[in-house]
Write a protein that binds this ligand. Sequence first.
Ligand code: GLN
Length: 310
Amino acid sequence: MTADPGTAGLDAVLGDILAAARASTDRGRVADYIPELAGVDPGQFGLSVALADGSQHSVGDADVPFSIQSVSKVFALAIALGRLGDRLWARVGREPSGLAFNSILQLEHEQGIPRNPFINAGAIVVTDAALAGHAPREYLGELLRFIRAAAEDDDIHINDAVARSETETGHRNFALAHYMRAHGNLDNPPELTLGAYFHQCAVEMTCAQLARAGRFLMGAPGMPRLVSADRVRRINALMLTCGHYDGSGDFAFRVGLPGKSGVGGGILVIAPGRASVAVWSPGLNAQGNSKLGTEAVEMLARRMGWSVFG
Ligand SMILES: NC(=O)CC[C@H](N)C(=O)O
């Protein structure tokens, strides 16, 4: 299939981005608070772009599976909104937090209502809501079905060792969950909700799979339609304002596109109407977002003219 004129130079741009990533001497630091992720080789870099014309363009380690971690929060939010609709917003806000992804500070001030669905506290509430009386196994089955349908690829799985590793060390997340339960904002016992949450974070995908899975957020004809157009707009708005925690403003400033990062080093970025992009490089910056991944999508958005701000 031929690319539209606006994407003609894409392969050359991807080649330049890969060369810049390979030449980089400061790759950030791999997340080590989840022991199972601490050993991932920081030298890896993958990038994949799924275009509105149906073509896909990838470079580097785009076929190596990685732990999507908090990128999963986008899929969980889509499922929870499907289950609860706007009632979800009584339990979680829609404002940037300006604090680290695992911060507990705001929760006390704000009576156990997390600022947004993409910080850990908010995502734990979203998973709790998405469970909606179902066993974690059923919810995780639905999550995988959703992601596989979005990617049109059934070879997407949960890494149990990563989930177990986080269950054993996730004391901060237990603190957040217990705190919200004390405020009546968690329907299930913290262990149950967190069991589902840790497994959700432990989904593994390649950049090629993740870029395809993000196409439902492009709002372009011919893409998988898993949620309404209205919801697509809102999820993108939240990704732009909250998708990178206390680095969200900087990401919007540098890249100008909705994005969601994870501590596994992956970022899903949406160029509305144009492309779904997945980038992966395990080394993180100070805010816990992929360092080279951010630099790569900054270059991509600038060279392709894809910023939502024109
Ligand atoms: N930012 C992230 O990717 C955090 C996800 C990780 N599973 C956690 O809860 O700490």
